[in-house]
Write a protein that binds this ligand. Sequence first.
Ligand SMILES: [Zn+2]
Length: 853
Amino acid sequence: MTSASLWLYALLIMGLMCACRNNAVPPNTDPEPGISLMLATQRAQSIEGLSYTLALTIPADPAQPIAGDAIIRFATKDISHPLVLDFSPGADYIKSITVGGRPSHYRLVQDHIIIPKEEIASEDNVIDIDFRTGDAPLNRNPDFMYTLFVPARAHLAFPCFDQPNLKARFALELDVPSNWQSVANGAETFHETTGDRLRVRYAETQPIPTYLFAFAAGKFQVETAERNGRWLRMFHRETDAKKVERNRKSVFDLHASSLEWLEKYTGIPYRFGKFDFVLIPSFQFGGMEHPGSIFYNAASILLEESATENQMLNRASTIAHETSHMWFGDLVTMQWFNDVWMKEVFANFMAAKIVNPAFPNVNHDLRFLVSNYPSAYSVDRTAGTHPIRQELANLDEAGSLYGAIIYQKAPIVMRQLEQILGADKLQDGLRVYLKEYQFGNATWLDLIKILDDRTDLDLKAWKHAWVEEAGRPSIRTEVQSDHVAFVQSDPQDGRSLRWTEKMNVLIGTGNAVVTLPLEIQNERTIAKIPTSISKPEWILPNGGGLAYGDFTLDDSTRLFLLQHLPDLKDSLTRGTAWVTLWEELLDRRVRPADFLELSLRALPREDTEQNVQLVLGYVSDAFWTFLSDEQRHQFAERLESVLRTGLAHGASSTMKATYFSAFRSTVTVPEGITFLERVWRRQEKIPGLTLAEQDEASMALDLAVRSVPAATAILEEQRGRFMNPDRKARFEFVMPALSDRPETRQAWFESLKDIRNRRREPWVLEGLQYLHHPLRRAQSEKYIRPSLDLLLEIQRTGDIFFPTRWMNATLGNHNTRTAATVVRDFLGQQKTYPIRLRRIILQAADQLFRAAL
Ligand SMILES: [Zn+2]
């Protein structure tokens, strides 16, 4: 796609689209590239009874083409227009097309095949296409391949109607090397080996959209387990048998308990037949919810022995998240990708409910706070923020909808909705919604209509501020003698939005803490201070981690927290206070050095791992980004000593792992670096902490970026240590980004301009993180502008999270005025730049802009 057409989409999104959305497709106009809302709407209204029969012959060599045959069957209410199919690879990839057995006089335009209307009947259409697949969404590796078609990438591989609201039944036949395993949405129904080839057929699926159709094939191991009368299979490529054994039971258990919970909550049994999942090395996402065949990033499922409590919780959440999608997203699917947030919010929301009972020792409200609020704020506080629900004129821009607003802010908003409605009414409404729209599609408005019947509150006004507008309320505490006022304002000029939200205000004095439940709606909300409290010492408006906004504390509370935060007894209150103080730091009401002082005093006393993790994250950001070089130098030794103490005395291996990871990433003093090197050389052991291959690899990289004398030899030796070929290949890819030689780093960066070197996105991102390491800021600033220049192409060629992660990896470690100027100049020069990419840049640059003031 060219930048000119991107510019056009940006304009359409900004309002023009509304005008043409209701119009029918003008006759004899070729469809635009990508899948426009207009084309999709017209097709969804006319096409019925859709099914695909797909046969693919996959050679072992990823460079050899995949031959395919697609039979597409459907009825249509529209025989007065040509039929538009989606297929990107172009003329060279099509061998023949017949319609109803006769050769078609089709035409090709960009991204589409156009079948003349004369060839289409209202019933029983059969289009047979003999083709070669496009490889872009097939992730072909020497020993395995897997599809990833979300959000609308199926038509980059095979001809189809690539939109979420044309659900179809898929029948698949694969012809693969006989020593390969394969897995798809449906159960295997036929299996025949002939010589060195294997033919496998899969049962026809339930109606699913193209983005959920999937298969994987290659050299995989298969583990099988029975839970509650259902057989589950796990496909993986892990070479460390002990690692598989260590994780096996919990991984199956977590799936089984998630399934059981969801069947109970929704009142609807799992509807997609068999249940398999595939662990893929360096998978682009945490997971992808293909029904019957969930794909995961192997590293987040098969954990190391040293895994932190957080990693274990994250794994449980990822599994619960993907399993929830079987109902939310797979059974009922959004009409259009502008509502993609809904399936994500319900998956996250259910995941939080599901993992709680499995981790009885964890403070789940604290977990909800630390896993959602900091991320949501990290986007919602920036000039690049956007509403939860956004317009989307063409699916080729759908990738840019994803991010923290969908994944982290939306669950917070959904929890507010649950508070307002009551958990029972929400569950009841969701059951009605799932039942009414099962195997079909629905919009957010369809759900709100169901929920609106169940409450007296005006849900339409509520949802407008939270879902259809961007940003968060600014909420200021004003303390008077007998009451406290919370004053909300809209940080965005000329909008005067008011948010309705539930708050649990905490008022503390001496040893007592009182909770005041409160609902704010208008500009000013007053709470009477209980007579039992003579004089409040501190007031936290977001007690219980509930309220969402940019809170300006009253001066005495701020002072109190900077002195006494570690004395607060409740771990959730401490977590909330940390999140609030960090926002105050970013708004320049708390000095970074004061924040760090407080952190170093608090860490030795903090026994809740989630708070330790939260604070260490802030400490690392404050240390590298907000301190001057001189201040950093002053803090370095004390920081190292606090982290080493945490490492030595951490109560659990996971706590030790948390401290060790913070130590690795912030150590700058020579004694600390020597210690790290001794650990890497296996000359020193850390009692109670087992380090895996992956940890050693990270240590080697952290030593190299610190330019220790043996840096090159360490990298080489680490390379030789790898037992796992996938991890070794990743390390080899990243190595040049850490080279001592600037020319090597330059060449590595230049190589990223070639799409072939960007295909393994997690590898690229790891390399970029080290290229832009704070210790190498001065030398890496020159890569900012070319990285910005590449962003359009990154969006065009990469997977959905890649543009955001590319920018975060590029800008996240910078803090100078010169770096900020590069970004501002770029934005100033791009008069017609796509609005969504502009937002991504503004989000990624927010911390840089604040630090470089
Ligand atoms: Zn999801």
